[in-house]
Design a protein around this ligand. Sequence first.
Ligand code: DC
Length: 221
Amino acid sequence: MQVVIDGPAGAGKSTVARRLADRLDAFYLDTGAMYRACTLRALRMGVDLDDSKVLAEVVDGAKIELLPAGEAGQCRVHLDGEDVSAEIRTREVTTAIRHLANCPEVRQRLVAQQRALAERTPGHVVAEGRDLASVVFPDAAVKVYLDASVEERARRRRADHGDQTPLDELQREISERDLSDQSRAVGPLVRVPEATYIDCSDMTIDEVVEQLAALVEAAGE
Ligand code: DC
């Protein structure tokens, strides 16, 4: 069974997807980590981030591995054999991502890799990203759009990452990323009509995970 969770940055997709995957003994597919790893590779190579042909080569040459790492379900991300789990979350990578996320040649390649990963997985897959229900896995058994207010997403980012950036600046950054995610020509963040919409602004992680588990159970019947 494929369970896909789309939604804007900071809504809590990773946390709930990881928890759900743990519970279902499923493979957790963090598609954002793949865009992040390729962005890191491009930055390290010092290539022109506006050259789509070169970016396609960066992706073609990248070896990205998403490895489950023990009990807590925290997956590790390896790029060309190196553990880059922390480095792909830096501000530098986050601000540069849009160059790759907006590039059709990059998206086409990463979508193919995401489908191949899911096909190779013998059990369930819990995947999270932006274009999963609309583009990558349109036949997924469970589709969820996880949302939260910009204010709440900024607060969570501050609490989770110990980010000392002022709240209003964080909110502005998140709003900019929302706009960039929603307005790209290929693979934008969209809420497909059949997805279950969950606004988790006032929900706990446990409550969201319970709701997701109920959807999975209903889909399995
Ligand atoms: O989920 P995240 O914040 O780690 O994702 C990082 C960026 O990658 C996000 O700004 C948009 C992009 N992304 C994407 O374009 N498509 C996906 N399926 C997942 C992420």
